[in-house]
Design a protein around this ligand. Structure first.
Ligand SMILES: Cc1ncc(COP(=O)(O)O)c(C=O)c1O
Length: 385
């Protein structure tokens, strides 16, 4: 009997992983897998990057934990490096993407003195109460709505403008919706959102928990779209596998925060900050954003030509493959060939979020396996008909 609470049911993968190196994984039966899921869009540097391991080991041997009440050099350095990377002014470290969004919602309400948040249909912001409150259409919405929230269709600027008034503190959106199936908004939409929100006295919160940290081939998906949000949230790849997230804001927003407004025990822990600092340094030194772009182009080119693939969305090492059939059986067929891929809220979309250290030939191998999976699955469907 497992002593873990089952919150997954049939979504649980029927595999036990025991080790990994780069973009390779090994399961308990000794099979080698290609990781096109990146440990839940998180392992941007792959498994066990030597410099990441060294940074964590050095920090653990030095100062393994210290309260946020005291200064810690690695926390100061990580905040400085992260602000330089993203173009924001201040960082508040937490432990998960949902917590980063909680902080963002709280800060925006405090900064504006307003109660309402506008959020996007189809967006996903996490599973804590505030984050669920701005997440529509997700199964966690059976919980009581938390906070005063208005939902508008993603990518629809007139609807957003209609929803803005003197009560709105912030607009929260993913620049590209990840869990929805890597859905990109129309060109110029995010810039329109930022301008309209600020005109109405509201702030733009860009949830870059999934899209940020170089995954799209640029530090942030919003800056790639030419937009500087007032608040940005990061998580997942921020520590390349070490649990850490952050809420970043401009100096103007930070100026409204008073002592005691917010706090955390584990957020900004020395080990977490060592992981952030190492991740940023490795991204820079190994030119991984350039590599992410090249890998993205190769995935777009090779996968788009496969029969059964009707669309390829996304950028860099973050791709939504739109299929002409349900994606779950195709993901399962790929697993049988030891390729780990993700699915999404859209039942026809496979989500790929491999590490940026993936060797290009792994994409060729995936393309061949996908071709076989789609062929087999088509044959199975035809056989059943
Ligand atoms: C865009 C976005 N925001 C927030 C979250 C929540 O992050 P976490 O699971 O670390 O709380 C996720 C997780 O998938 C996400 O994709």
């Amino acid at each position: 009997m497992s002593h873990l609470l089952d919150t997954l049911g049939p979504a649980k993968l029927p595999v036990t992983f025991v080790s990994g190196e780069g973009a390779l994984l090994w399961d308990v039966d000794g099979h080698t897998w290609w990781d096109f899921y990146g440990g839940h869009a998180t392992a941007l540097l792959g498994q066990g990057h030597p410099r990441w391991v060294e940074a964590l080991t050095t920090q653990a041997n030095g100062l393994s934990f210290m309260t946020t009440l005291a200064d810690v050099p690695v926390r100061t350095r990580a905040a400085r490096a992260l602000c330089a990377f993203t173009g924001l002014d201040r960082a508040f470290f937490v432990n998960s993407g949902a917590e980063a969004n909680e902080a963002a919602l709280k800060v925006a309400r405090k900064a504006t003195g307003r109660p309402v948040v506008v959020a996007m249909a189809g967006g996903f912001h996490g599973r804590t109460m505030g984050a669920v409150g701005v997440t529509q259409g997700h199964r966690h919405r059976h919980l009581p709505a938390h906070g005063d929230v208005r939902f508008v269709p993603f990518g629809d600027l007139p609807a957003l403008i209609e929803a803005l008034d003197d009560d709105v503190a912030a607009v929260i959106t993913e620049p590209i919706q990840g869990t929805a199936g890597v859905v990109e908004p129309p060109m110029g939409w995010l810039a329109g959102v930022k301008a309209a929100a600020n005109r109405a006295g509201a702030l733009l919160i860009a949830d870059e928990v999934q899209s940020g940290m170089g995954r799209v081939g640029a530090p942030l998906a919003s800056t790639q779209q030419g937009v500087s949000p007032d608040i940005v949230t990061l998580g997942k790849s921020l520590g390349a596998g070490f649990p850490v997230a952050a809420m970043l804001c401009t100096e103007a927003v930070a100026a409204t925060a008073a002592p005691g407004d917010h706090g955390t025990t584990f957020g900004g822990a020395p080990l977490a900050c060592a992981a952030v600092e190492a991740t940023l340094q490795i991204l820079h030194d190994e030119e991984l954003m350039v590599r992410a772009q090249a890998l993205g182009s190769r995935m777009q080119k090779l996968l788009a030509t496969i029969r059964g693939v009707v669309g390829v969305r996304g950028r860099g090492v973050w791709i939504g493959l739109v299929l002409d059939r349900p994606a779950a059986p195709v993901a399962q067929a790929l697993r049988q060939e030891h390729f780990l891929v993700g699915t999404s809220a859209d039942p026809t979309v496979l989500r790929l979020s491999p590490p940026a250290v993936l060797p290009p030939y792994a994409i060729d191998a995936l393309a061949e396996a996908l071709q076989r999976a789609l062929h087999t699955h088509t044959s199975a469907l035809q056989g059943a008909a």
